[in-house]
Design a protein around this ligand. Structure first.
Ligand code: NDP
Ligand code: GDR
Length: 356
């Protein structure tokens, strides 16, 4: 087995997994990722990192696995003997968790337990460090702002309740068995490779398509929700820093600024020359462009049974202990996402035209 540092990333095919894999490869790690078997390709975000398995200096390898399958996770950990495990795999969509609460608990809560147990069963407590992808959704119904490591949790979705278990079982294994196990309590972070059903990407994609005349309008849910949005590339750097500390601990990563969904829309549409103004209120609210065309409407189907209204994080502990700070601004993030989506939407339209 090579002397390089070995990292195992669950959720490597997701947004954060792809950026983290890139970062760790740049740092000289041997990177192992867990991917699920799917009926169509699901590795688009990491295809640029692919290495032919016959290459002599193989530094990026994928293993089939699933967070709901303990024996498979134990086998992968046994084979890789990672110095660092980043547990990023999850059913990560809050609204979907209301439709699939049991599966979400299995993958997001018990999945974390299965990995921690794998470390213990294999006797790797002193060798393997563990990162758990915890979330600002833990704060839920917010009693205090900004939210820090000492703010009480009050989850508002099956997703958040599952992540609450994962958070505490990580703390428990640290305290009970001396594991180097840390929680990153990460506020929303986005990028051009964000999943298309999260609100930021849904908006930047729609702004691009509308500006090219390929879509008429965008349907959204709660425009008043406020989120602290950062750039995913900055946040994966913070994850890595947590595992480089001598002692494990829990850290908030956030920008310290909050914006409404409505404001995110205005900024994204402005990138393509559409100036939105708002008419009406509640479910009747509409975003209208400078020519009077309705570009944004509210569809109550996107309202959540219980909503998290306001998130704004205090990352001063990460700043002082990890030396971490977000580098990219929200305006830079939005510009990058819209530019990317203009290319994506154009390419898709060209392909449709070619295929007749
Ligand atoms: P994504 O939804 O983009 O990626 C999730 C990853 O988990 C994908 O690789 C997915 O595989 C994989 N996955 C889902 N279910 C399973 C399963 N049962 N077994 C194995 N793999 C599975 O999420 P992000 O990259 O945005 O987030 C990474 C982690 O951080 C998640 O745990 C999320 O809950 C958490 N988080 C995210 C924040 C954010 O703002 N992005 C903020 C705070 C926490 P596939 O590609 O096959 O679907
Ligand atoms: P969130 O992200 O729930 O914060 O979870 P999402 O982008 O889904 O929602 C943010 C806010 O926007 C409101 N919203 C809509 N959301 C979606 N998806 N689609 C819409 O049409 C829409 N209209 C309004 C939502 O109600 C919400 O208030 C993300 C995920 O990445 C989690 O895994 C992670 O833990 C948290 O961020 C931090």
């Amino acid at each position: 087995m090579s002397e390089r540092k070995r990292a195992l990333i669950t959720g490597v095919t997701g947004q954060d997994g792809a950026y983290l894999a890139e970062l760790l490869l740049e740092k000289g790690y041997e990177v192992h990722g867990v991917k699920r078997r799917a009926s169509s390709f699901n590795t688009q975000r990491i295809d640029h990192l692919y290495q032919d398995p016959h290459e002599p200096d193989l530094r990026f390898r994928l293993h089939y696995g699933d967070m709901t399958d303990a024996t498979n996770l134990i086998r992968i950990v046994q084979e890789v003997r990672p110095h660092e495990i980043y547990n990023l795999a999850a059913q990560s969509h809050v609204q979907v968790s209301f439709d699939t609460p049991e599966y979400t608990a299995n993958a997001d809560a018990l999945g974390a337990l299965r990995l921690l147990e794998a470390i213990r069963i294999l006797g790797l407590e002193r060798e393997t460090r563990f990162y758990q992808a915890s979330t600002s959704e833990l704060y839920g119904q917010v009693a205090q702002t900004p939210q820090s490591e000492s703010t009480p949790f009050r989850p508002r979705s099956p997703y958040a309740a599952a992540k609450l278990y994962a958070y505490w079982i990580t703390v428990n294994y640290r305290e009970a068995y001396g594991l180097h196990a840390s929680n990153g309590i990460l506020f929303n972070h986005e990028s051009p490779i964000r999943g298309e059903t999260f609100v930021t990407r849904k908006i930047t994609r729609a702004a691009a398509a509308i500006s090219l005349g390929l879509q008429q309008k965008l349907w959204l849910g709660n425009l008043d929700a406020r989120r602290d949005w950062g750039h995913a590339r900055d946040y994966v750097e913070g994850m890595w820093r947590m595992l480089q500390q001598d002692a494990p601990d829990d850290y908030v990563l956030a920008t310290g600024q909050t914006h409404t969904v409505r404001s995110f829309c205005e900024k994204a549409f402005a990138q393509v020359g559409i100036q939105l103004s708002w008419r009406g209120s509640g479910v009747e609210e509409k975003g209208v462009d400078q020519h009077g065309a309705v570009r944004v409407e509210v569809d109550p189907r996107y309202f959540r049974p219980t909503e998290v209204d306001l998130l704004i994080g205090d990352a001063s502990k990460a700043r002082s202990v990890l030396g971490w700070a977000p580098r990219r601004t929200l305006d830079e993030l939005i510009a990058e996402m819209v530019a990317h989506d203009l290319r994506v939407v154009r390419d898709e339209a060209a392909r449709r035209n070619r295929e007749g």
